[in-house]
Ligand binder design. Structure first.
Ligand SMILES: *[C@@H]1O[C@H](CO)[C@@H](O)[C@H](O)[C@H]1NC(C)=O
Ligand SMILES: *[C@@H]1O[C@H](CO)[C@@H](O)[C@H](O)[C@H]1NC(C)=O
Ligand SMILES: *[C@@H]1O[C@H](CO)[C@@H](O)[C@H](O)[C@H]1NC(C)=O
Length: 394
């Protein structure tokens, strides 16, 4: 194609340019997106009651800082997904699996604590991983999508509990999953190389689920990357590494390197999805950097001992996998709380050794809401606009 550009090509270029320019100015000047619902997929980082509904409530003192007691969350209070709901002026999400008092008018939460992207071949009791993988969350969503409309036609209370058909295309679809797929390998004694080797398969699964949701009308996707799992007490305590593998922050580098490897792949996968799904707006959100900042420079932000568990018992990190947050023992015939919360959870990054505190979640949310950690860098309320150019500049 060494010849002069043909008039047709020139026309195509100018049409493309004007499309691009229009789209950019649209994103800059229009009013915020009309999100009327949130559908969330994930693990304990965004579970608002799924695992609790099926396998028993996350016990006291979970939820104490905000809900006044257990509220299905593995946290002392609100999760990032709760702050997202608040930020969009929507109610907190009911867990799809929770049949008591749930209201799905403005969305549903399919996440369960311990969920992985790929189905695990172990039971919850064997390994601690949820039987409800992302594949299963998709099956649940698909069922919800179809049946909610049939049941809504019954009218009455059902009409007041379920989303309208159009809410599915207007909704924000949020994803926060992957951490457990990485630890699942390590906890079954795999080496870092072995864990890395299956990351492409995880990303492949993930992409397929996003495509499935798109095929059901999902258009706006908000995708969190995975955190520095090598900074969390449950990993530091359970899988010791050599001193040379501990970084300045006190985190274990092999696990964080795998998390970053996953994240690089996730970012690429999202980029590919933008090409494959022409009507979708996909926002990739870098929570890793913010979480790592909390672990490495927490002191600067009001978290003096960022690696120490608030609610736990004993050991270097105040974490013991056998005596978790809320654990009790019998002493002289009386129940005594052993897994105790610290005096002030709002100064802890880590709540129970596995999950971040409400204060940490809020700190992170405050920094992602304006788009500073997103690709493309669109604020939460603008995450319905496609911005092809932005992501290519990164
Ligand atoms: C579970 O077993 C199947 C069949 O052997 C295998 O293909 C799959 O990779 C396994 N899943 C995990 C997470 O190991
Ligand atoms: C469910 O929530 C919506 C929105 O907050 C509300 O309008 C509706 O009345 C609620 N349904 C019931 C049965 O309370
Ligand atoms: C991993 O290795 C430890 C120590 O050798 C052993 O106790 C444990 O059973 C192994 N776990 C699995 C899932 O193979």
């Amino acid at each position: 194609m060494a010849s002069l550009p043909s008039p047709l090509l020139l026309t195509t270029i100018s049409v493309l340019l004007s499309v691009i320019l229009t789209r950019c100015s649209v994103a800059v000047t229009t009013s915020p997106c009309d999100f009327t619902a949130i559908f969330n997929f994930g693990d304990s980082n965004s579970d608002t009651g799924g695992l609790s509904a099926a396998f028993g409530q996350a016990s006291w003192p979970h939820g104490e800082s905000f809900f006044g007691g257990p509220a299905g969350r593995y946290c002392d209070g609100r999760l990032i997904v709760d702050f997202i709901a608040e930020g969009l002026g929507l109610p907190y999400l009911s867990a799809y699996l929770d049949s008591v008092g749930s209201n799905f008018t403005h969305g549903a939460n399919f996440a369960t604590a311990g969920s992985t992207i790929r189905p695990q071949n172990t039971t919850l009791r064997q390994s601690g991983f949820s039987p409800i993988s992302l594949d299963d969350q998709w099956v649940e969503f698909n069922d919800f999508h179809r049946r909610s409309q049939i049941v809504r036609r019954r009218g009455g209370v059902f009409k007041k509990l379920l989303p309208k058909k159009e809410d599915f295309s207007r909704a924000l679809y949020t994803f926060d999953i992957g951490q457990n797929d990485l630890t699942a390998g390590y906890f079954s004694n795999m080496t870092t190389d072995e864990v890395r080797a299956y990351v492409p398969d995880l990303l492949n699964h993930f992409q397929n689920i996003v495509k499935n949701v798109y095929s059901q009308g999902g258009r706006r996707f908000w995708i969190h990357n995975t955190g520095p799992v090598g900074c969390l007490p449950y990993v530091l305590d359970r899988i010791p590494v050599s001193p040379s593998q501990i970084d300045k922050a006190g985190c274990a580098t092999p696990f964080n390197e795998v998390a970053r490897y996953f994240n690089r792949g996730l970012k690429k996968a999202v980029k590919q999805l933008r090409k494959d799904l022409p009507l979708a707006a996909l926002t990739y959100v870098d929570l890793y950097s913010l979480k790592y900042t909390l672990f490495s420079q927490g002191r600067k932000y009001g978290f003096p001992r960022p690696l120490i568990t608030c609610c736990g018992h004993g050991g270097k990190y105040n974490y013991n996998m056998h005596i978790g947050c809320g654990a009790k023992i019998k002493r002289h015939g009386k129940e005594v709380l052993v897994g105790k919360p610290c005096k002030d959870p709002s100064t802890s990054v880590v709540w129970d050794g596995v999950h971040l505190s409400q204060a940490a979640n809020k700190w992170i949310f405050d920094r992602i809401v304006d788009g500073s950690f997103s690709d493309p860098p669109v604020p939460l309320k603008m995450a319905c606009f496609r911005k092809e150019l932005a992501s290519d500049q990164h």
